[in-house]
Design a protein around this ligand. Structure first.
Ligand SMILES: CC(=O)N[C@H]1[C@@H](OP(=O)(O)OP(=O)(O)OC[C@H]2O[C@@H](n3ccc(=O)[nH]c3=O)[C@H](O)[C@@H]2O)O[C@H](CO)[C@@H](O)[C@@H]1O
Ligand SMILES: C=C(OP(=O)(O)O)C(=O)O
Length: 431
């Protein structure tokens, strides 16, 4: 297993190209199961989760072609992939594949909609809470499927196809909304989704499904309407830029100081994190090129945040913001409202000398004047990168272990930070 070594203390200066969003690419790839024609996706990030999903889709019979690099393309340009589910040869998604990644459970919606039956292992994913799938199963039942849970698998059946219905989520759910879009796209009649997730990745999936012939309106609002169609066709779609990656590097610059252009980042997608970064003392300037982030001279101000569904402060940036607040000139309160166990980074940040205590669903961070490098390890993706942010500002050397979490969601992290002056290197083959 690889490790990442960071020597802190360098401000970041330069350009970081923002990749396609992991959390958009995954449902878009899964949507390829809805048609027997080719779905071409551009700007797909090179990530372990993408590779894992390719294996899962391949198991169902999806042909996958990765286009070679074009003249003039750099390492950091996203890849273009063709996905063709002409023949679905297997409607079972087995435990050993699905247990490694939460989003892989979402194959249940297109498999059921197109094939009328499927068997999907209950999911795994980041260890950030219990993460049930009851709302996702509720969606399929509302659309007329029968669901049984047997030996750790969800067995879904809809032999006469799915029927449009009204679906009202008791709580905003991204995965539940993706499931509703994909299942209802091929259902008979109209589906209305109430209290839908408004995340940009939902809008991206709806846009792509509409290019494939679906009839979806209202994505990005609380109410989405889907008029089912008999068949979807192939399409070409470019994955939207990763707002979590952009927010993470913006927080890294706010932490170290410096001046970085986040090429391709979209300020409108950063939502609550944009204001929080400004209040913390970073200067953000949006342009056609991307988002320029600067912190020169002034210190880091303490800011209270509370995570919330889009357009609130994203839970996927909570750990990174906590890392930033460890160096603030005062106390901040960070409240996590989405996942009940998303504070695994608190203990690891303390290894740098950070002062953090937990108070129910909140962490109180007392900013300290300096952090010191340490050996650290995280158990989930965003927690891991929060340790890199702390390491960039810490005195001396940090060794981040279990880098495979980072490789799930951050493309070429050490290269992107390294070209902005950070001292970051990957050490291959260690636990
Ligand atoms: C691959 C992907 O896109 N993952 C993102 C997705 O995860 P994911 O789609 O799993 O998260 P959800 O939005 O569904 O979860 C929101 C809340 O609803 C609860 N819930 C969800 C489904 C369900 O059936 N029952 C239930 O109780 C969850 O436990 C959580 O408390 O959105 C999260 C919230 O923005 C992000 O942190 C994840 O990075
Ligand atoms: C929690 C995340 O991923 P997943 O939903 O796949 O566990 C994430 O992207 O931060």
């Amino acid at each position: 297993m690889d490790r990442i070594r960071v020597v802190g203390g360098q401000p970041l200066h330069g350009i970081i190209r923002i990749s396609g969003a992991k959390n958009a690419a995954l449902p878009l790839m899964i949507a390829s199961l809805l048609t027997d024609e080719t779905l071409t996706l551009e700007n797909v990030p090179r990530l372990a989760d993408v590779n894992m999903l390719v294996r899962i889709l391949g198991n169902h019979g999806v042909d996958y072609t990765l286009k070679g690099k074009r003249p003039g393309e750099e390492l950091q340009s996203g890849q273009t992939v063709d996905l063709r589910a002409e023949h679905i040869v297997d409607t079972t998604a087995p435990y050993d594949l699905v247990s490694r990644m939460r989003a892989s459970f979402w194959v249940i919606a297109p498999l059921l909609a197109r094939m009328g039956a499927c068997k999907v292992s209950l999911p795994g994913g980041c260890a950030i809470g219990t993460r049930p799938v009851d709302f996702l199963l509720m969606v399929l039942e509302r659309l007329g499927a029968t669901i049984a849970i047997e030996n750790g698998y969800a067995i879904a059946k809809a032999p006469r196809g799915l029927r449009g219905a009204e679906i009202s989520f008791p709580k905003v759910t991204v995965g539940g909304t993706h499931t509703a879009l994909m299942a209802a796209a091929l259902a008979d009649g109209r589906t209305t989704v109430l209290n839908a997730a408004r995340e940009p990745e939902i809008v991206d999936l709806a846009d792509c499904l509409n290019k494939m012939g679906a009839r979806i309106t209202g994505a990005g609002t609380e109410t989405i309407e889907i008029d089912g169609v008999a068949k979807l066709h192939g399409a070409r779609h470019s994955v939207l830029p990763d707002r979590i990656e952009a927010g993470t590097y913006a927080m890294a610059v706010a932490m170290t100081g410096g001046d970085v252009m986040l090429e391709g980042a979209r300020a409108d997608l950063l939502s609550g994190a944009f204001e929080a970064l400004q209040q913390a003392g970073a200067r953000l300037d949006a342009s056609d090129e991307g988002l320029r982030v600067r912190r020169n001279g002034n210190g880091i101000s303490p800011v209270d945040i509370s995570t919330a569904p889009f357009p609130g402060f994203p839970t996927d940036l909570q750990a990174q913001f906590m890392a930033l607040m460890t160096r603030a000139s005062g106390a901040s309160r960070i409240t996590e409202t989405i996942f009940e166990n998303r504070f695994m980074h608190v203990g690891e940040l303390s290894r740098f000398g950070a002062k953090i205590r937990l108070d129910g669903d909140a962490a109180i961070v007392d900013g300290v004047p300096k952090l010191q490098g340490a050996p650290v390890m995280a158990t989930d993706l965003r927690a891991s990168v929060s340790l890199v942010i702390a390491a960039l500002a810490a005195e001396g050397e940090t060794m981040v272990n279990r880098v495979y979490h980072l490789d799930r969601g951050f493309e070429h992290l050490e290269h992107k930070l390294g070209q902005c002056g950070a001292v970051v290197e990957r050490i291959s083959g260690h636990g």
